[in-house]
Design a protein around this ligand. Structure first.
Ligand SMILES: *Cc1c(COP(=O)(O)O)cnc(C)c1O
Length: 374
C-alpha cells in the first residue's frame, strides 16, 4: 500500500492500452498475422461496419491516421485550391494542416467558455472566399451544431468536422462526425479509442464522397485495378482495424468510466473558486460528452502545475501551450481574445481508464491543498 504522500498519477499510461486486455489481444494478433491478412482484409471491413453501426453514419472509411482523414475528407467533400475553411484555433495543428494540404486556406476562429468553436467568431471570419466550416469536436464534446448549421445554410457553406477527439460524443442525440459532408476520427493511442500506432477514419453519409474516399486512400485505384485519379497510400492496417474493432465492442464501458471520473472531479473541485471546470456530465441534456480530455481553466496555472508535478501528478497543457494562430512561423495575423486568455489558464488533469478512484481523489486533494495554501 503506497502512502498518500508518495502516490504517482501519470497523465497517461500507454502500456495500459495493451496490458488491460493482453491475452485476448495476443490471440487476435496471432490469428490475423497467421493468416497473412495485413492490408484491406475482412477485419477492416468489419471494423468499418462496426463504426457505421456505432455512429449512425452511412459509411465509414478506415485510413492511416486522423490527419490524413482530414485531408481526404476535405478533398472528397469538394474543397479546392484557394477555398477558405474556418476552424477553431484551439485545436491540434493537424486540423489546419489538413485544410492546407487539401489546397484550402485555414482561417482560425475563437472558442468560448466550453472551449468549443464560437459561432459568433465564425460569422466574423466569413469572406467571399469562405467555402466551409470545420469545427473540432474537442475534448470529447460536440460543438453547437445548430448554430453552425444555421451559418452554413445562410452563407451556402459546407460543414465538415474534425472529430479526432469526438468518437461517441453526441449533440441532440446525433454522433460526432455525422453532421456535415464528412467527419474524421483519430485512433492515435492516447485517443479514447486508441490503436497500437497510427490509425484514423472518415465518416460520411454521401455516396459520392464515400466513393472518392475509397479511391483516395488507395492510390486512386478502383476495384477493377485501374487508376482513376491521383491518390494517397493511406490505408488503415488490417491488424490495427482488428484491434480497434475488438476495443470498440468495449468502448461504452470506457466512456462510462470517463464520465464517472469527470463527475468525481466535479464533486470534489466544483466549489474551488479559482477553477473553471468543463461542463459536468449530464448538465446539458443536448450534450453527451465522452471526456477525451478533462481541460480546466485555473488561476496561477503554472504554479499549480509545478505543485501537482512535485506531488507525482502528471498534467498536460494542450498543443504545447499555444493555439494554432499563435505559432508565428505559420503566418497567421489574427487575435482571438478568448483563446489567447485561455492559453494562460488551461490545464488538463489526468483523464483515462487506468485511473483508480483513489488516484482521482488524490489529484483533487492536491489541487485543493494548493489553493488553500495560496
Ligand atoms: C489527434 C488529433 C488529430 C490528428 O490525429 P492523428 O491520428 O494523430 O493524425 C487531429 N485533430 C485533433 C483535434 C486531434 O486531437
Amino acid at each position: 500500500m503506497t502512502s498518500r504522500d508518495s502516490m504517482v498519477v501519470p497523465f497517461f499510461d500507454y502500456p495500459h492500452v495493451y496490458l488491460s486486455h493482453r491475452t485476448e489481444l495476443l490471440a487476435l494478433i496471432d490469428d490475423v498475422c497467421s493468416r497473412g491478412a495485413f492490408i484491406q482484409q475482412k477485419e477492416l471491413a468489419e471494423f468499418e461496419d462496426s463504426l457505421v453501426r456505432y455512429t449512425g453514419a452511412r459509411f465509414a472509411v478506415g485510413v492511416a491516421n486522423g490527419t490524413d482523414a482530414i485531408v481526404m475528407a476535405l478533398i472528397a467533400g469538394g474543397i479546392s485550391r484557394g477555398d477558405e475553411v474556418i476552424f477553431a484555433s484551439h485545436t491540434f495543428v493537424a486540423t489546419a494542416a489538413g485544410i492546407h494540404h487539401a489546397g484550402g486556406i485555414p482561417v482560425p476562429a475563437d472558442c468560448r467558455k466550453d472551449h468549443m468553436i464560437d459561432p459568433s467568431s465564425v460569422e466574423r471570419m466569413i469572406t467571399p472566399r469562405t467555402r466551409a466550416i470545420m469545427p473540432t469536436q474537442l475534448n470529447g464534446r460536440v460543438a453547437d451544431m445548430d448554430a453552425l448549421r444555421e451559418i452554413c445554410d445562410k452563407h451556402s457553406l459546407l460543414l465538415f468536422e474534425d472529430g479526432a477527439q469526438g468518437l461517441g460524443a453526441t449533440y441532440k442525440g446525433k454522433h460526432s462526425g455525422t453532421f456535415g459532408v464528412a467527419g474524421t476520427i483519430s485512433f492515435y493511442p492516447a485517443k479514447n479509442l486508441g490503436s497500437f500506432g497510427d490509425a484514423g477514419a472518415v465518416l460520411t453519409s454521401e455516396q459520392s464522397v464515400y466513393d472518392r474516399l475509397l479511391l483516395l486512400r488507395d492510390h486512386g485505384r478502383g476495384s477493377d485495378g485501374l487508376i482513376k485519379q491521383w491518390g494517397f497510400n493511406s490505408r488503415l492496417d488490417n491488424l490495427q482495424a482488428a484491434i480497434l474493432d475488438f476495443k470498440l465492442q468495449r468502448y461504452d464501458s470506457e466512456v462510462a468510466r470517463r464520465r464517472e471520473i469527470a463527475q468525481m472531479y466535479q464533486a470534489k473541485l466544483g466549489s474551488v473558486g479559482q477553477l473553471q471546470l468543463p461542463p459536468a456530465p449530464g448538465s446539458d441534456p443536448n450534450h453527451f460528452d465522452v471526456f477525451q480530455n478533462y481541460e480546466i481553466e485555473c488561476e496561477d496555472r503554472d504554479r499549480l502545475r509545478s505543485y501537482l508535478s512535485e506531488n507525482g501528478v502528471g498534467t498536460l497543457i494542450q498543443w504545447g501551450g499555444r493555439a494554432v494562430h499563435q505559432f508565428p512561423d505559420l503566418g497567421f495575423k489574427v487575435s482571438l481574445p478568448y483563446t489567447e486568455r485561455m492559453f494562460q489558464r488551461c490545464l488538463m488533469l489526468p483523464m483515462n481508464t487506468s485511473l483508480t478512484d483513489e488516484q482521482v481523489d488524490y489529484v483533487c486533494e492536491k489541487v485543493r491543498e494548493f489553493y488553500d495554501a495560496n
